[in-house]
Design a protein around this ligand. Sequence first.
Ligand code: NAD
Length: 254
Amino acid sequence: MTRALSGKIALVTGASRGIGRAIAMRLAGEGATVAVHYHSAEDAAKQTVDDIVSAGGAGFALQADLSATGGAATLAERLSAELVARFRSPQFDILVNNAGLSKRATIEDVTEEDFDRLLQTNLKSPFFLIKALLPHLRNGGRIVNVSSMGTRSAYPLMAAYAPAKAGLEALSRLLAQHLGPRQITVNSVLPGATATDMNVTARDPVASRAVAGTIALGRVGQPDDIAKVVAFLASDAGGWVTGQQIDASGGQRL
Ligand code: NAD
C-alpha cells in the first residue's frame, strides 16, 4: 500500500523528544525519510532514529543549536550535505519548525537575555532556516511552523514567548502568499496544553485535571495529537490549506 508521504524527505526540528519526536515518528510512519534535528540530546535523537528504522522507516540525526546566531544556517548546511551524500541532491519536501523554548514569566521578570533567547529560538531561527532552505524546498512542498495557543490566550506569564510565537504565525501567513506560486503551503499549528517536558502541569496526572477542565474534549493533549495534524498538513490531503493558524488543543477555552 502506498503511504501518504512515500518518497518525501522531511526535516523536523527539536525531534529528540516531545511533540517533535511524535511528528518525526508519524511522518516516517507515512513513508517520509526524516531528518531528526536535536540540540544537545544526541542519545535521544539516535533513539528516535532507531525507533523510526525499527518501525520500517528511514531517518538520520542532525545537531544544531537554534538559540545561537548562525545555528539555523549550520543546520541548513548539515541537512544539505547529508541529502547530497544520500540522494545526490539537496532537494527536500517538508520543513517542520517545531523546536521551541518557553519561559513562564511576566514582563517584570523577563530579562533582555531571556527575550533574545526566546526570540532567537522561536522566531529568528525558523525565519533563517526557512530562508536558507527555500532554494532546496521542492515546488509543492510544505512548511509547518509549530506555534502555540499562547498567542490566543493573552496569558500574562507568556510575556516573551507569546509575542515570539505570534511573529512566527505572521511570518507563516505572509510566506503562504509569497510561496503560493511555487505551490508550497505554509501553516501554523497551535498546540494547547500538551504533556511534554515543556509543560510540567500537563504532564502531571493530578495537576493536569484542572487544565483538562478547560478543554472541550476533557483531557490534555498528547504529542501524537499534534503530530497527526502536522502529518495531515504535510500530506496531499492537506494541500488546499495554506496561510492558516490551526488550533490543535482539543477545544481549549481561552
Ligand atoms: P519540549 O521541551 O519537549 O521540546 C522542545 C524541543 O525544542 C526539544 O526537542 C528541544 O531540544 C528543542 N530546542 C529547545 N531549545 C533548542 C535550541 N536552543 N536549539 C535547538 N533545539 C532546541 O517541548 P514540546 O512541548 O515538545 O515543544 C514542541 C513545540 O510545541 C515547541 O515549539 C513549543 O513551543 C510548542 N508548544 C508546546 C506546548 C505544550 O503544552 N507542550 C503548547 C504550545 C506549544
